[in-house]
Design a binder for this molecule. Structure first.
Ligand code: 13P
Ligand code: SF4
Length: 331
């Protein structure tokens, strides 16, 4: 997993991502955002699914959910603008209660986070007394508050195994859960949530790619079904997928995930052919350059988390970050 630091870039390389007529609008917008960030002592954290003009044009840090959570801890900026979805902004706020965290669109949700409530978790605990709860970070702060330890797609297996118990309630992504269960002796009790972007990829699609593109490497996100992962050469978090391309530099690759990933990664690997069977995340795409500009200008939309929920959710997120630190020390 990597976190890329992006300095105030010369905007010209970005022109490859936008039609010439749009560039006339986008270039001044990027400059305005760069000035506003300095003025407001703000940083923009951008998920790997953001469009290249955000990812390369205005982000100070990019990464997967885990990297963004870590960066939210490391950042000393007064204002954090989350160019991602709402649960990522809430995580940043939970970890930085004294800072201002802004999300440029209140429509930037997530089908996984919406699939489960705090009451659902309490009910599961009543059904399975004493069984610890591991929640994917793609959950609301209220669900995290009912959780023992959070995980991301980058560390789900390590987190589950770190508990040293035979049975774990694993929420809310049933496919990530099944994919983790295939790699561990720990029994996972699953919830029925799905990512509406990744559930649409099919094994037939992957086999079609292999027959159409000789030698292609298939790199899939673990929110895809186990049947899709069985057809893949590698599975990992979004940053894990980028690392795979960087390490292996395959002649051809398909990133089985959200569309913008390929645009962002392809620019760094001109010798790799990216075949793009992608699905758009409608929530990630609610974040726009105009929205980021307005977030900085008008200090909107401020992310608030109830103090008691934040305290309990923080313990679940910090416990996850501690698992990562323990792994690093052991390595
Ligand atoms: P990553 O943590 O792998 O970036 O995944 C977040 C996400 O929402 C994938 O759909
Ligand atoms: Fe949620 Fe799926 Fe979008 Fe990721 S890609 S934010 S899991 S809906």
């Amino acid at each position: 997993m990597t976190t890329t630091s992006v300095s105030a870039t010369s905007p010209s390389p970005l022109q490859q991502f936008v039609p010439a007529v749009e560039w006339m609008v986008i270039e001044p917008l990027i400059e305005e955002i760069q000035d506003l960030k300095k003025d407001r002592k703000a940083v923009v954290l951008a998920h790997n699914y953001q469009v290249p003009t955000i990812y390369r044009g205005v982000a100070d840090f990019t990464g997967d959910s885990l990297a963004l959570a870590r960066q939210a801890v490391a950042s000393e900026a007064e204002v954090i603008v989350m160019a991602g979805v709402y649960f990522m902004a809430e995580t940043a706020k939970i970890l930085n209660p004294s800072r201002t965290v802004l999300i440029p669109s209140l429509q930037a949700g997530c089908s996984l986070a919406d699939s489960i409530t705090a009451e659902d978790v309490r009910s599961l605990r009543r059904t399975y007394p004493g069984v610890p709860v591991v929640s994917y970070v793609n959950t609301s702060a209220a669900v995290k508050a009912e959780t023992d330890v959070c995980c991301t797609s980058a560390n789900a297996l390590q987190v589950v195994e770190s508990l040293g118990v035979p049975r774990v309630i694993f929420l809310p992504d049933r496919y990530l859960g099944r994919n983790v269960a295939a790699q561990t002796e720990v029994e996972l009790i699953l919830w029925e949530g799905v990512c509406e972007v990744h559930e649409h990829f099919t094994p037939e699609q992957i086999r079609g790619l292999r027959s159409d593109y000789a030698g292609i490497k298939i790199v899939a996100h673990p929110e895809c079904t186990p049947e899709v992962l069985a057809e893949a050469d590698f599975s990992g978090s979004t940053s894990g997928m980028i690392d795979y391309v960087a390490r292996n530099q395959p002649q051809r690759v398909a990133l089985i995930t959200e569309c913008s990933m390929s645009d962002n990664v392809a620019a760094d690997f001109p010798d790799v052919q990216f075949v793009r069977p992608c699905n758009l995340c409608p929530y990630m795409k609610r974040i726009t350059l105009e929205g980021i500009r307005d977030a900085l200008l008008q200090r909107q939309y401020v992310v608030e988390v109830d103090a008691d929920i934040a305290r309990r959710a923080r313990s679940a997120v910090e416990r996850m970050l501690a698992v990562g630190r323990a792994e690093q020390r052991a390595a």
